[in-house]
Design a protein around this ligand. Structure first.
Ligand code: CDP
Ligand code: CDP
Length: 225
C-alpha cells in the first residue's frame, strides 16, 4: 500500500473526476470524498423545503440543520440526508440545474470546506471537486486538474444517462455543462481554477484505466520522489 497522502482532483463537469477518484481510492485503499455530492445534497434539501437558493443566509441555516453523511459502499459512495439514502435523488436534472447557484455562497462554502477538512482528517485521501487544491486541501501532496473537451464531456454524460435509461439530447447536455462550468469558474468565492502546483491531465482521448494509471504514477512519485 502506498503511504497515505492527500490527492486533490479538481476540474470541470464530467471530466471523469469521480470515476477516476473512486478507482484510485480503491486501488490505494484510500478514503474517497465526493465534495460535489455535499453541494448536491444541500441543493436537494433546499428544493424539497422550498428554500430560496439565492439566499446565503437561508441556505447556511438549512445546512446547519441538515445531516449529510457520505458512506462508502462497494468502491462507491452513498449519500444519506437526514437518515435517508438520497444517492439517486441528488443526481436529478433539477438538482444539477440548481447546484451551481447554491455553490456560489460564501457562508455555505465556508461550512462545506470545514466539513470536508474534517472528513479528510486521516491518512490516505482522494477528494474531488472544484476548489480542493486551491481551498480545501491547499497542502495536498498531489493536485490534479482534470479536464477534457466539452464535446467529449457531453458525450460521456450522454452515454452515462443512456445506460441508466435517462434520455436527454446531447446538445442540451452540452449547453448545461457549459453553463455550469461558466458559473463555477466565474463565481467570486473559490472559483474553479487550476492551482499553481497542480498537474494538468487532459483525458479527452484517454480511457478510464489510462487516466487511473497516470494518476497513480504521479502519486507514487510524490511518495518516492
Ligand atoms: O456533475 P459533476 O459530477 O461534474 O458535478 P459535482 O462534482 O457533483 O458538483 C456539482 C456542483 O457542485 C458543481 O457544478 C459546483 O457548482 C459545485 N461544487 C463546488 O462548487 N465545489 C466543490 N468542491 C464541488 C462541487
Ligand atoms: O466527476 P466528473 O463529473 O468529473 O465525471 P464522472 O462522472 O466521473 O465521469 C463522467 C463519465 O465519463 C463516466 O461515465 C465515466 O465512465 C466517463 N469517463 C470516460 O469515459 N473516460 C474517462 N477517461 C473518464 C470518464
Amino acid at each position: 500500500m502506498l503511504k497515505g497522502i492527500s490527492i486533490a482532483i479538481d476540474g470541470p463537469a464530467a471530466a471523469g473526476k469521480s470515476t477516476i477518484a473512486k478507482k484510485i481510492a480503491q486501488k490505494l485503499n484510500y478514503t474517497y470524498i465526493d465534495t460535489g455530492a455535499m453541494y448536491r445534497a444541500l441543493t436537494y434539501k433546499a428544493i424539497c423545503n422550498d428554500i430560496n437558493i439565492k439566499s446565503d443566509h437561508d441556505l447556511s441555516k438549512l445546512l446547519q440543520e441538515t445531516d449529510i453523511i457520505l458512506k462508502p459502499v462497494n468502491g462507491s459512495q452513498a449519500v444519506w440526508i437526514d437518515g435517508v439514502d438520497r444517492s439517486e435523488e441528488i443526481r436529478s436534472q433539477k438538482v444539477t440545474a440548481n447546484v451551481s447557484m447554491v455553490a456560489t455562497h460564501a457562508n455555505v462554502r465556508e461550512m462545506m470546506v470545514g466539513k470536508q477538512r474534517e472528513l479528510a482528517n486521516g491518512t490516505g485521501v482522494v477528494m474531488d471537486g472544484r476548489d480542493i487544491g486551491t481551498a480545501v486541501l491547499p497542502n495536498a501532496e498531489l493536485k490534479i486538474f482534470m479536464t477534457a473537451s466539452v464535446e467529449e464531456r457531453a458525450v460521456r454524460r450522454f452515454n452515462e444517462n443512456e445506460s441508466r435509461g435517462i434520455h436527454i439530447p446531447l446538445d442540451q447536455l452540452k449547453r448545461e455543462i457549459e453553463k455550469r462550468d461558466q458559473s463555477d469558474s466565474e463565481r467570486t468565492v473559490s472559483p474553479l481554477k487550476m492551482a499553481d502546483d497542480a498537474v494538468l491531465v487532459d483525458t479527452t482521448s484517454l480511457s478510464v484505466n489510462e487516466v487511473v494509471d497516470k494518476v497513480i504514477l504521479l502519486a507514487e512519485e510524490r511518495v518516492r520522489p
